[in-house]
Design a binder for this molecule. Structure first.
Ligand code: 6SD
Length: 162
């Protein structure tokens, strides 16, 4: 198809990241090719690549039974980045993986739910304190579950000397 990017979902592809999703969101048209059984015959891939731009993409280091679920995941990551998908463009920027840190924990109403309270700093009205607390939560969570993502300026542990 004219101007299309053919996306082949495969565990041997380049990893899907937010940056790759953003790249794909800028393409005119995406065509997904989903393998079954042994995947897609190499000649079909070569033919598609001779006529269009092709990307082989993996959604993670595990093996699915076919490419369809991976295509759905890629579609979800890309479509929400298209212009006009939702009103507040700024709210996208704060989310996990847009700036290398995981998201801070989210609290809504009520202030006490089944005996569990919202952290008091969030109810204090001090916006700078809220921002500092959320940043620390993001750093702590990233350090704990995804140390590979931690930006260099956050690598030192609190109290450590450079
Ligand atoms: C046989 C497929 C296509 C089988 C896949 C992609 C990822 N990240 N894991 N597994 C996959 C894709 C598996 O066709």
């Amino acid at each position: 198809v004219d101007g299309a990017t053919v996306v082949v979902t495969t565990p041997s592809g380049e990893p899907l990241t937010q940056a790759l999703a953003r790249d794909l969101a800028g393409r005119r048209r995406l065509v997904f090719a989903c393998g079954r059984y042994e995947g897609i015959d190499q000649r079909v891939l070569d033919h598609a690549r001779s006529r269009t731009e092709g990307r082989e993409i993996s959604i993670g280091d595990y093996v699915l039974n076919g490419g369809e679920a991976a295509a759905l995941v890629i579609t979800e990551a890309v479509v929400r980045l298209l212009p006009g998908f939702r009103g507040n463009a700024e709210s996208l920027v704060e989310e996990s993986h847009e700036d290398g840190l995981l998201e801070y924990p989210s609290y809504t109403k009520p202030a006490v739910w089944r005996g569990r309270e919202i952290p008091p700093v969030l109810l204090g009205g001090n916006h700078a304190a809220v921002a500092a607390w959320r940043h620390e939560q993001r750093v702590e969570r990233t350090r704990r579950v995804r140390p590979d993502l931690l930006p260099p300026e956050e690598e030192a542990l609190p109290g450590s000397v450079a």
